[in-house]
Structures are given as C-alpha cells and as structure tokens.
Design a binder for this molecule. Structure first.
Ligand code: NAI
Ligand code: COI
Ligand code: MG
Length: 356
C-alpha cells in the first residue's frame, strides 16, 4: 500500500535537511517494495509569509490525512519580533497539540566513528545509549503567557500545569520503552521547588508497582544536567517534562558530537506521528549547503520504524548513516581539523550510496 507522507520543510536549514531525508526515503523505496507519496505543506515562518498563519488549517488537514509527518524546523530572526500568535514556534506547538503528540522520543547514541567529535572524552561517551522521553503537549510551553503593568513596571507571567492523566500517559510510554531496553527509568524533575514536579513524582511512584522489573530513580534536573556530562552511560530512559526535556536533549546531543545528529519521533496514543530533527532552523548556517542532514535522515528512519513498522527499512537507513561516517564523510559540525568537509548534499549522497 502507498504510504502518504506530509513533508513540512519549514524555515532556515529546515528545507535543506528535509530534502535530504526525502531523498533517502525515495532511495529506500527504490531498493524495496515500499511506496511513498510526498505531499508538501507550509509551517512556521514560511506559512506566516504565505498564508498568514504559522499552522494553517490546510497543513493541519494534510497532516491528519497522512500516514506520517516529516518536519524540518521553524523560526528565524525575520519573525522574532512578531506578536506571540504570529511566531513560527507557535505553529509547531499548535501542530503538536492538535495532533495529540504528547510523547517525544529523543534517542541519544554515540556513533563509533564520531567518538572523538564529542567535546567530552571518548571513555565518557563511548557507551552512551539514552532515550529521552519528553512530555510534549503540557507544561510551561502550553501555559498562560502574559504581561501586565504592576507598580509602574512590566511584569510577565508564564504558568506551568500538569494533570495526573498527562503525567500517567507519558510515564507509561517511558516504562514501556524501558521494558524493551535496559529496564531503567530516571524521572527528572524539580520536586524540591515545583508542585507540578511533586505531583509528577507521586504519579511515577504509584505506577512503579505495575512495572516490577523496571528500576525507577528520581533525579533533580540540575543534578541530571551535570550527570549527563559526568557519567552519561548511567542513563537508560530519562522521563521528563516538556521544557526540561527540550533543554536536556540539546545538552545530550553533545555526547554524540553535534546537535545535527539527533532525531526525534513525536507520538500520541493513536493517529499520525511526527518525525523531526531535534535542532532548530539554524539561521546562522542556512542557505550554505553545510548543515548536517543526519538528524533529519535518522528522523526518516524513526518514521519508518515508529510510523510504518518498517523495522528492516529503518535499520537499513541507520546502517547506511554509520557506513557513511565510517567512510569518513563529515559535515562541518563534526569535521576534525585535518579531515575533509562534506556539504549537506555530499553527506546525503554518501548515505544513499551506502544504502545500495
Ligand atoms: N523544532 C524546531 O523547529 C525548533 C526551532 N527552533 C528555532 O530555531 C531558531 C534558531 O534557534 P537556535 O537557538 O539557534 O537553535 P538551533 O538548533 O537552530 O541552532 C543551534 C546551533 O546549532 C547549530 N546547528 C543546528 N542544527 C544543525 C545542523 N543540522 N547541522 C549543523 N549545525 C547545526 C546551529 O548552526 C547553531 O549554531 C529559533 O527561531 C528557534 O525558535 C529551535 C529549536 C527547535
Ligand atoms: C521551538 C520550540 C517550541 C521547541 C524546541 O526547541 C524543541 O522542540 O526542541
Ligand atoms: Mg529544542
């Protein structure tokens, strides 16, 4: 059966890395019996410019009528002064919410050939294999964001709310993922200060009895940020709320050597899944054909695995990424001082060649 993929390139390097991922999916289709159709839509800044809305209803309908969504990234300086409702990031948040994508899976695994690309020592990063299970449709990103004049000055307010059911469903995803991995969950919060974190801990503790084989530990987020650098291989599954997961996953990317390497899958309990690199639109390098496409390409592999249950095809992409790295291809972000530097296109071609 033909699978319909909604492709939302977005802004900055979004179109460059998304096109790389589409090329890879086309190469997979060529090598197998799978058939994919690609339908393009607008999101973010480009959608504001062309349709006056960062997540137009036409894009929402396209996503809902597709079997999977592939996204680049949104945002950029052009729209940074826009009113809150007309910011590119608002479109991304609306898409996640409206598609019910509460679970964001961000795997962090060091690639063997890149062990010396991390700013951390080889022995610290070589055994890293972490899955960050980030809550994606609650917390402070979805609270009130307001300003008011108080005593002659501006006061700003952002609210952070979590309900028991929101915590339960993401914790369940983390426990279920841990069952298929090393059976360990570290739940990261700020329970020494935040009431939402104290509720988070209570719910996670209550659920432990349903998963007797899983080891559960709680860790405060400031310590977790330190431990990720000090001893990252202690982690198997990290379960955490929206903003902490956002921040910790950018930090964790440096264990692998670059933000341009980490993919993600955003899933709900039903309906379409969204697959995107964890990085943003990188305006500082956009339009130069130098962005690392591997995060987007690995996101295409997650799309096949989680979106279409095509485990073999997903593994073929992951293996091809490894082969391209073993063959010495390096975009600027992961290049060594002496080594040659590949463009986005050259790295993509190298992965396609390795797929054959
Ligand atoms: N999912 C999304 O659409 C996201 C969007 N953003 C948006 O992106 C814009 C830029 O945000 P920044 O804070 O600069 O974060 P960013 O993730 O775009 O870039 C941070 C740094 O990493 C580098 N980088 C990112 N991806 C790379 C890649 N594939 N290859 C090589 N280097 C790469 C960039 O050049 C930059 O130096 C903002 O408008 C922000 O709101 C940020 C994060 C996620
Ligand atoms: C752009 C933000 C809304 C989100 C973000 O940084 C992320 O999901 O990684
Ligand atoms: Mg982020």
């Amino acid at each position: 059966m033909v699978k319909k993929i909604a492709v939302l390139p977005g802004d900055g390097i979004g179109p460059e890395v998304t096109e790389a991922a589409v090329h890879i999916l086309k190469a997979v289709a060529k090598n197998t019996n799978q058939q994919f159709e690609f339908h393009y839509g607008n999101i973010g800044g480009v959608a504001i410019d062309e349709e006056g809305d960062p997540f137009p209803s036409s894009t929402e309908e396209l996503c809902k009528s597709s079997d999977a969504v592939l996204l680049g990234a949104v945002g950029g300086p052009k729209w940074d002064q826009n009113e809150p409702a007309l910011r590119p990031e608002k479109g991304l948040l609306a898409m996640r919410k409206n598609l019910g994508l509460f679970a964001n899976l961000r795997p962090v695994k060091a690639y063997g050939p890149l062990l010396d690309s991390s700013p951390l020592k080889r022995e610290v990063v070589e055994d890293v294999d972490v899955l960050i299970m980030r809550e994606l449709t609650g917390g402070i990103y979805f609270g009130k964001h307001e300003r008011e004049q108080v005593n002659g000055e501006w006061q700003a307010l952002d609210t952070l709310t979590y309900s028991e059911s929101e915590i339960t469903r993401i914790a369940k995803k983390a426990f279920e993922a841990a069952k298929l991995r090393d059976q360990r969950v570290v739940s990261v919060d700020k329970a020494n200060v935040l009431e939402s974190s104290r509720l988070w801990r209570e719910v996670v503790d209550r659920m432990k009895t349903d998963y007797p084989d899983i080891t559960v530990e709680h860790m405060l987020v400031d310590n977790a940020a330190m431990q990720l650098i000090h001893g990252p291989s202690q982690f198997d599954v990290i379960l955490t709320e929206n903003m902490f997961g956002d921040i910790l996953s950018d930090e964790a990317s440096m264990l692998t050597g670059s933000l341009g390497l980490l993919p993600s899958a955003s899933l709900g309990d039903q309906g379409v899944g969204l697959f995107e690199p964890i990085h943003g639109s990188a305006p500082d390098i956009s339009g130069q054909n130098i962005a690392n496409p591997l995060a987007a390409i690995a996101s295409a592999a997650m799309l096949l695995k989680y979106g279409f249950e095509m485990e073999d095809e997903a593994k073929a992409i992951d293996d091809a990424i490894l082969k391209a790295l073993e063959a010495g291809y390096r975009t600027k972000d992961i290049a060594t001082e002496q080594g040659a530097v590949s463009t986005t296109t050259e790295m993509t071609e190298a992965v396609i060649k390795a797929l054959r």
